[in-house]
Design a protein around this ligand. Structure first.
Ligand SMILES: Nc1ncnc2c1ncn2[C@@H]1O[C@H](COP(=O)(O)OP(=O)(O)O)[C@@H](O)[C@H]1O
Ligand SMILES: [Mg+2]
Length: 284
């Protein structure tokens, strides 16, 4: 069918729908959506409510996709188990554990889990709001200033204070797990509770081999020891340190140093203490 013909039919359909009852419009839209999403495949939608827009990340174990809610038009992100791991009970259990950990935290700087559901093929999936690009991706286009740095540090420490208040250590604070909506540091969203622990636990207690990334994780974490909030403060200091080059801010440099001490006894002890320290810094 050529484009003119499609346009004529579409106009006629639109006119007819304008005069029809809302439920008819909804049913027609549903049928059109299904045909466009996957001709001949009736189950192209997730929970009959979300369409898939893009794959954001396909790691070894997990698949992360951007979704659109069909009725609300809102943007969401789904994290599920890779198809290749569909029958692997450990992957499914780890995803559910991650969702449970994240759901304990309610903080404006932590990405909320909106729901957990089962896909038609049985894989568990968690749904979150789309919170923008990870710092790792946004970094090259960000104009780094001392104002940005201080705002980012405050949001990160506030988020950590919220996580630690639930007795959780995130254990994977790194630029790809810190999302920024519109590159705005005040819109920070901490995500990925994949290797989070309850304070006092070691990763080996959960058979979690991956203990964090060498460039950010605290020495005690890399040694596989029992962890507390100070492990996250170390990683936060390392992330902030990455943003420092090009910015002259002695106060922030000193704060980073206090956060990234090798021995945890010598670090600032809590996120709240670090926040107070940040609040008292003289103007750069
Ligand atoms: N809520 C979200 N909003 C926007 N992007 C997200 C969201 N959650 C995850 N992502 C993207 O997907 C990537 C992988 O998600 P993550 O939970 O960190 O998985 P993994 O455990 O494989 O590292 C993130 O680095 C980010 O780019
Ligand atoms: Mg991650």
């Amino acid at each position: 069918m050529n484009e003119d013909k499609i346009a004529r039919h579409f106009r006629a359909l639109t006119n007819a729908l304008h005069e029809s009852a809302p439920d008819v419009r909804d049913r027609v839209r549903d049928a059109l959506d299904r045909q466009l999403a996957a001709p001949g495949l009736a189950t192209a939608f997730i929970a009959n409510s979300f369409s898939t827009e893009a794959t954001l990340h396909a790691g070894g174990r997990y698949l992360v996709q951007r979704l659109r809610h069909r009725d609300l038009a809102t943007a969401h992100v789904m994290k599920t188990v890779q198809l290749s791991c569909r029958d692997d009970g450990i992957s499914a259990a780890l995803l559910l554990r991650e969702a449970e950990m994240a759901m304990r935290v309610q903080n404006p700087y932590v990405v909320p889990i909106q729901t957990v559901l089962r896909l038609d093929d049985g894989r568990p999936a968690m749904i979150m709001p789309d919170r923008g690009l990870p710092l790792a991706t946004a970094l090259p286009s960000l104009k780094m200033t001392s104002g940005f740095l201080r705002c980012f540090a405050a949001a990160l420490l506030e988020g950590l204070a919220g996580i630690h208040a639930q007795g959780i250590v995130h254990c994977d604070i790194a630029p790809d797990n810190l999302l920024l909506r519109n590159g705005d540091p005040a819109n920070l969203g901490i995500c990925d509770f994949g290797i989070a622990l309850d304070a006092g636990e070691r990763h080996a207690d959960h058979n979690l081999a991956r203990a964090g990334r060498a460039s950010y994780a605290a020495p005690e974490q890399l040694r596989g020891e029992a962890l507390d909030a100070r492990a996250d403060l170390h990683a936060a200091g390392k992330v902030i340190e990455r943003l420092l080059p090009g910015v002259t801010d002695k106060g922030m440099q000193d704060l980073c140093e206090s956060l990234t001490q090798e021995r945890r006894e010598e670090r600032l002890a809590t996120a709240s203490e670090a926040l107070r320290h940040l609040g008292r810094l003289p103007s750069p």
